[in-house]
Write a protein of this length. Structure first.
Length: 201
């Protein structure tokens, strides 16, 4: 009996001040004989987004040279989406094909802007994620050769739906849920699976 690993690999990436456990429902729902699913964690508060992108880049480099993996898909939440953008802009990956962004602050977060003057000394990413014209996130480019689908949360008090859009996005939709509550809904997992399989929600 063959023990060969699936040749498609899904990398889950959580957001700011979170833990990979918040992605556990998606990990459970997305697993299949055709795809392996990895719930990747990282220290999200004290390091800057470029520093975190280098950590992610290390994992993507490992997958790039893994002969048992043909295709990599990303499923990221909130700041995890920005870390992914930064990582792929610095060093594109030929294996990354499709990417679902969940509640991404692609044009910044009003909550990050509000909190940055008070907590930015402790939490570096807050300044970088602010919805101001010259913040890090609003100066960041868009990776090429990746099909990107964006899901906004209907009751998101952290990232406005209008701030989730990304130039060149393949598809965009709004689903019921709060900023993080979105991660625990079956409808979210079903939409993510559809995009990974077809490129549409």
């Amino acid at each position: 009996m063959s023990t060969q690993r699936p040749r498609q690999h899904v990398l889950l990436i959580h957001g700011l001040a979170a833990h990979r456990l918040v992605m556990q429902r998606l990990w459970w729902e997305l697993r299949s004989p055709r795809m392996s699913v990895e719930n990747w964690g990282y220290p999200s508060i004290r390091k800057s987004i470029p520093e975190l992108a280098r950590l992610l880049r290390g994992r993507l480099d490992e997958l790039e040279t893994d002969a048992d993996v043909d295709t990599v898909h990303l499923v990221t939440h909130s700041m995890g989406c920005i870390i992914g953008r930064c990582a792929l802009l610095e060093h594109p990956s030929a294996k990354v094909r499709r990417w679902v962004m969940l509640a991404p602050p692609n044009r910044g977060s009003h909550t990050a802007r509000t909190l940055a003057p008070w907590l930015g000394w402790f939490c570096k990413p807050l300044h970088e994620l602010a919805d101001t014209p010259h913040s890090f996130v609003n100066q960041l480019g868009v990776p090429e050769n990746v099909e990107i689908g964006v899901i906004a949360a209907s009751s998101d008090f952290v990232v406005a739906a209008s701030s989730t859009h990304l130039p060149g996005q393949q598809d965009w939709c709004v689903l019921e849920g709060l900023h993080s509550g979105l991660l625990w809904r079956r409808e979210t997992a079903e939409a993510v699976r559809r995009f990974l399989e077809t490129g549409r929600f």
